[in-house]
Design a protein around this ligand. Structure first.
Ligand code: CTP
Length: 394
């Protein structure tokens, strides 16, 4: 169901990004209300937001309302969430000092919704001591700050102060809107490949990007869970609010998992653990030889999922992942029996748009009672569906 989102715009050139965010949120079915300061109107027209959101835009505190209501209070009460983007140094100073001298600052003072603030300004202003003090006051009071990025600034400077793109603003709003239905639960998630060294410069690994496990950790944390993520080497940014333990080899992953799993209600093993490692590690780099290198002997790695299944308590939920190619349902049914996790998520890696290094995923969830098909979707949405299934199981 669509939410009421209040967008506050203050005077900054980054306002065009907020317009793109307003459009995206409206297309997703949310009801977006915009309030602009007078300076904001120097950068972008209220008509832009009115056209993109389909709602009237408010600027003036005292313009007569359509029907009798105290405007700043009705807008403040209506908001499920509020975003001020861009937020100028002056506006942040006003909030920190409790000054409410226009419609937007009055609304922010009156609203009980969560308020996200996206500062945007010149790098020297951003680093100014009074500004930083004001920003930390807002953080202490529970405002959520969408941190500015570093890069080229419209004023010609390079540095911190650039507001993130529309996509990021939308993501922040949505993650703060989600319900906390996993509140109080502890999750352990494994992700990424493992790396099995052969000599100081070479290793065996696989194409796992870690995206699926990171998406699960990210969404579980957004829904209120306390998440520990044990990750093999990936190029991904750690998800916000997640405790990250980095490992390389399968045996290190096993050690970390066995140390961590006991107090977790949900254990999700999305890592693509290498089944084998080179039997001998060469302390020195293997030199090129005259002919072909005849043989590298491999040794089997421990099966982490099986070790956890054998050691876990009955009420702990164990979720396995299976990557299969060809006759996937048949192989998956067999794996579900053989490895016996509580839930098994299966994906078909023979197609480039799902599983492994892809951005999207499709597959099946086996719960013992049902085989649920998940059609092709982003890994974030796929993760949400897996979490819904875990939630039902709980
Ligand atoms: N897994 C594990 N330890 C291993 C291998 C796999 O914990 N050494 C886990 C994976 O994290 C995943 C599940 O087991 O959750 C299934 O992984 P997969 O590689 O598909 O299964 P295997 O048992 O290795 O079967 P096969 O490679 O023969 O398909």
């Amino acid at each position: 169901m669509g939410k009421n989102i209040l967008l506050g715009i203050t005077g900054g050139i980054a306002a065009y990004k907020t317009a793109a965010a307003a459009s995206a949120l409206t297309k997703q079915g949310h009801n977006v209300f915009t309030v602009m300061t007078e300076s904001a109107c120097e950068f972008i027209s209220p008509l832009t937001f009115q056209s993109l959101t389909g709602n009237p835009v408010e600027v003036d505190m005292f313009s007569p309302p359509d029907r009798f209501e105290v405007k700043h209070i009705s807008l403040a009460d209506r908001a499920d969430i509020t975003l001020v983007a861009p937020a100028t140094g002056n506006f942040i100073g006003k909030l920190a000092g409790g000054i409410a001298d226009d419609l937007l600052s009055t609304i922010i003072m009156a609203t009980r919704s969560k308020v996200l603030i996206a500062p945007a300004m010149n790098v020297n202003m951003y680093e100014d001591v009074s500004f930083q003090r004001n920003l930390s006051i807002l953080k202490e009071r529970g405002y959520q700050i969408i941190e500015p990025e570093s890069g080229y600034l419209a004023c010609g400077y390079e540095g911190t102060g650039r507001m993130p793109e529309a996509e990021m603003l939308v993501k922040s709003i949505l993650s703060h809107l989600t319900i906390s239905d996993l509140d109080g639960l502890k999750f352990l998630v494994t992700a990424g490949p493992t790396r099995e060294p052969l000599d100081p410069v070479r290793f065996m690994s696989n194409y796992s990007s870690g995206r699926m496990g990171y998406a699960l950790a990210d969404r579980a944390a957004a829904r209120g869970a306390e998440v520990t993520l044990i990750s093999g080497p990936t190029a991904l940014k750690p998800p916000a609010g997640v405790r990250l333990i980095r490992v390389e080899q399968a045996r290190e992953m096993q050690e970390a998992v066995l140390e961590e799993f006991a107090d977790k209600q949900v254990i999700i093993m999305a890592a693509a653990v290498a089944d084998y490692r080179p039997a001998d590690y060469h302390e020195e780099k293997i030199k090129k030889q005259e002919n072909n290198l005849k043989q590298i002997s491999l040794k089997q790695n421990p099966d982490i999922l099986t070790a956890v299944r054998e050691a876990k308590a009955k009420e702990q939920i164990l979720v396995g992942f299976a990557a299969e190619s060809g006759r996937i349902l048949e192989k998956a049914r067999d794996k579900y029996q053989r490895k016996a996790p509580d839930i098994l998520v299966v994906n078909d890696i023979s197609r480039s748009d799902r599983g492994f290094a892809a951005e999207t995923n499709a597959g099946f969830i086996f719960t013992g009672e049902e085989e649920l098909e998940l059609t092709l979707r982003s890994k974030t949405k796929f993760a949400e569906a897996v979490l819904d299934e875990i939630k039902d199981w709980l």
